[in-house]
Ligand binder design. Structure first.
Ligand code: PXG
Length: 466
């Protein structure tokens, strides 16, 4: 072991990090060899690193910062709350004002008929809660055999054993013997990559019918719920064709299968509606949320239950043997309340829907004209660029999948814009407070990054299809 540099410097933090910190979704060996980037502070739409670089936060932290960074109103609300009540549980016939007020505030903005909220510390715990809620519900209704979940390939539902199992990420399943039993993964509605010769609308119906096929094969009497993200986020901002969700809803209703909308990314305004299911025209039975509910200022997540399900769950369910120490943590509830008030006062979701959203979309969709971009898509403030060596064929690169995406992402960071690479697509989800000037900067930088990537691919002779 080498001795640690002593100053508050990049080298110092990198050293400590490499010696002691195991990062999520990282190859520790190569990360330590490369040296991690140290983010020291953030303000508005920007984050700053320990080398003095100012970087436009095109990913809202990690799909969290709806209201932007450095909003003292939220920080003060957390601090005031913790001074008054730092912690108490919500288990043994107790509650506290912040948890009750937040549950009511969420019920107020939730889709019609969704009035009950269960709190967790984050999205994965919310998804695990859903597994237990759905199975407990059906058991309480005298149908314990309705335990199977239908989920999609390439979905992301978190990293706990339950969440990773419902998710459809093969590399996650490969580690730790997942998925757990009782989950069927079906076709995702990813037209660009998997739609073949179908129109997007035809493909949307096709993908929805795969849900029907899976339910019918398993027997509707054995299927408890379908779970889907309105727009797959971590899977690559996959916006389903307009035909998909209404057909999925019809299929599930006909077969008495509950619908779970995983809104950890889409919830709290990302699509320009409070919840992504509203954008998609779907009325789910359960909604999971996290991230944007506090804009990331404090860890908090949860599940919203619709009245159709709540009736049986409450009337017949008895005790629900499930809960987390931090279910309804006062700090998280205070953060969420302040965040919701701020979003309402500044009409930030209206801004996503009809002001900064359309403004950025116009510029972002134009990037689709770039020779490297097969498809540019964006709804509200969530978007993606599909990189391709051949637009007409929607071709993949000959290089191993993800190689070009990483190259592009590294250019982007270097040019001062956080975009995330998913396979060979670039994804974006900036704060709702993004100014028009920042939106211009974002689009200009993205264009420059595409040019740089294109030139590099040419130089390496990598503009070839698989
Ligand atoms: N569901 C969805 C739809 C998510 O996007 C989770 C559940 C799990 O939430 P927690 O709070 O337990 O992480 C998520 C989380 C990425 C990335 O690289 C996305 C997420 C988390 C980490 C990385 O895009 N989404």
């Amino acid at each position: 072991m080498t001795s640690a540099p002593v100053s508050n410097s990049t080298a110092h933090w990198r050293h400590l990090d490499a010696e002691h910190h195991l990062h999520p979704f990282s190859n520790t060996k190569s990360l330590n060899a490369e040296g991690v980037r140290v983010i020291t502070h953030a303000e508005g739409s920007y984050v700053y690193d320990s080398e003095g670089n100012k970087i436009l936060d095109g990913m809202s932290g990690l799909w969290c910062s709806q209201v932007g960074h450095g909003r003292h109103e939220i920080v003060d609300a957390i601090s005031d709350q913790l001074k008054k009540l730092d912690y108490y549980n919500t288990f043994f016939k107790t509650t506290h004002p912040a948890a009750t007020e937040l549950a009511a505030a969420i019920a107020e903005v939730a889709p019609k008929g969704m009035k009950r909220v269960f709190f967790t510390s984050g999205g994965s715990e919310a998804v695990d809660t859903v597994i237990r809620m759905v199975r407990h519900y059906w058991a309480s209704m005298g149908k314990p055999e309705k335990h199977i979940f239908i989920a999609r390939r390439n979905a992301y539902h978190g990293s706990t054993v339950g969440g990773a199992s419902l998710g459809g990420m093969k590399p996650m399943h490969a580690q730790g013997g997942l998925p757990i039993p009782g989950i069927i993964h079906v076709q995702q509605p990813y037209w660009w990559a998997e739609g073949g010769d179908m129109t997007p609308e035809e493909f949307g119906l096709h993908a929805a019918r795969e849900v029907a096929r899976a339910i019918d094969e398993a027997g509707p009497e054995n299927v408890g719920a379908f779970i889907g993200e309105p727009i797959q986020g971590a899977g690559g901002v996959i916006i389903p064709p307009s035909t998909y969700w209404p057909e999925v809803q019809k299929i599930c209703r006909e077969r008495n299968v509950l619908i779970v909308s995983d809104e950890v990314i889409c919830g709290f305004g990302r699509t320009g509606e409070w919840f992504g299911c509203q954008y998609m025209g779907v009325e789910p039975d359960l909604i999971t949320f996290a991230k944007g509910v506090t804009s990331g200022y404090f860890p908090l997540g949860g599940v919203i239950m619709g009245e159709r399900m709540a009736e049986g769950f409450i009337e017949h369910g008895g005790e629900f043997n499930h809960g987390y120490t931090y279910s309804g943590h006062p700090g998280g509830c205070a953060a969420a309340l302040a965040n919701l008030r701020l979003m309402q006062r500044e009409n930030l979701i209206g801004r996503v829907k009809s002001d900064i959203g359309p403004y950025l979309q116009e510029r972002w969709l134009k990037l689709g004209d770039h020779p490297l971009v097969g498809e540019a898509r964006m709804i509200g403030l969530i978007g993606a660029l599909e990189l391709t060596p051949d637009k007409a064929k929607r071709a993949k690169f000959a290089q191993e999948e993800g190689t070009v995406g990483l190259l592009c992402r590294d250019f982007s960071f270097r040019e001062g814009l956080v975009m995330r690479a998913v396979r060979d697509s670039m994804i974006l989800a900036p704060p709702f407070t993004l100014s028009k000037q920042e939106a211009d900067e974002l689009a200009d930088t993205a264009l420059r990054v595409l040019d740089l990537t294109y030139a590099e691919l040419k130089a390496r002779d990598w503009l070839k299809s698989a």
